[in-house]
Design a binder for this molecule. Sequence first.
Ligand code: PMP
Length: 305
Amino acid sequence: MADRDGLIWYDGKMVDWRDAKLHVLTHSLHYGMGVFEGVRAYRTDSGSTAVFRLNEHTRRLFNSAKIFQMKLPHSFDEIVQAQKDVVKANKLESCYIRPIAWIGSEKLGVSPRGNTVHVAIAAWSWGAYLGEEGLSKGIRVKTSSFSRHHVNVSLVRAKASGYYINSILANQEVTAHGYDEALLLDTEGYVSEGAGENVFIVKDGVLFTPDLASCLDGITRNSVIQIAKDLGIEVREKRITRDEMYCADEAFFTGTAAEVTPIRELDDRPIGEGRRGPVTEKLQTVFFDIVAGRNPKYAGWLAPV
Ligand code: PMP
């Protein structure tokens, strides 16, 4: 990733991609307290590029920083504009945008108090996170032996760098055995989320997703709930057990990177017919229409670059 042409917004300036560096004694590198976002921009049918739910992602970034008492040295509007500028400066159309804020290298005690806070934003082309085939055929998921965060261990409204150790452990564990992605349970054994995705099931026409106790308040999750309600599909947020998932008619993951990815199998049990189900397909179609600017009702979710 480091050796390529391009521009990265770094502490308020566009710098050459290869020069966007930091010191090895950076506090966040040692202790994991960085906050970041994953955002996508899409080329719309009119030929312009638009960022999907840019304000919501930026708000979550600022809330993540607030949770850790990190004072971002830029305003909300500056970070919104900077994300658009990065897409433009790199002449990108459909792309992934990665804003990150971290604690500087002034001192390395555990307390970050007094250290500087830095922000960088990069953007690059990134296709389907769980594969093009995954989007149409569905993926194979395995429940990880690692539990998701407990509310009094991690503060899961934040999207924080260090939390991804847990995601990596789970993902490594299952991909080593040929599965596409991990499902994590909370510390009580209820379904929480994927390693980098929220999870949904469909049963008898109703859409279910875990409540927000241990999973990230995903922006794609929020979008899919809104879309489903607008389509007249009942949505319930509740605790979900593993066997409820096994017996579901359909299941899918949502995420900025994963978009809407059907789950065709969990723990070697086919979900429903073992392929993308009709409700998932409908939600996927509406989602991809929205991001491509084909659904005027949701035009407010798109921020032109
Ligand atoms: N859960 C986790 C752990 C994630 O990393 C992500 C990706 N940001 C999500 C859920 C989905 O969130 P969003 O739809 O906002 O990308």
